[in-house]
Design a protein around this ligand. Sequence first.
Ligand code: URA
Length: 231
Amino acid sequence: MRLDKFLAHANYGTRKEVGEIIKSGRVTVNDKVIKTRKEKVKDDDYVEVDGYKVVLEGFMYFMLNKPKDVISATESYEHDTVIDLIDHPQYRELFPVGRLDIDTTGLLIITNDGKLSYQLLNPKKDIFKKYYCKLKNDVTKSDVAFLETGIPLKDFTTKPAKVEVINDDEVYLSISEGKFHQVKRMFQYLNNEVLELKRVEFGNLQLDDALELGEYRRLTEEEINNLKNLI
Ligand code: URA
């Protein structure tokens, strides 16, 4: 990552401001004064400003509007990961809170706060995740009743879900669990097929409509506190 970007991320000012700091010879990388803002720095480089080590951020929280074709993992040889979409010098610390399938889009929390992630995913907390589902066939009244009661899948019976019908073949489904392919399997049981799946809420956190697919933003203090209040 470029030195000016690195320092901007560490809150030394805007790119323009840190450019001035660099030009004035106040920055060293591995004990060598560097005056070019485009200098590339690596994670393990030792960067100082005015003789003080640059300390990067503590906990970080982002919401990503996950696009298709990237996987919810930190590393992959085959595909791009959701972490590859985050431009931050400490990206190696980050991980997604839970997983969305490769063809699922929408709200994914990305953080380096392991404790919060663990708690948000703890099944005992019963935190609802809301999905927009576009289906191949119409959803019947009896399907809704089934979903709201619990679907007997092979390995477990789902807890009661919440259903908001949008159209004959479009619903919002909220579930408090997060088992592998769960929403798809629930509709499969009802002889239906999910054609499009997008997560729009995680507990009290809503996907920001302003984020295009692949875009992300920091969570606000309020959003972080609201999530912490869930656990
Ligand atoms: N349920 C699924 O089937 N897929 C997801 O990505 C999330 C929930």
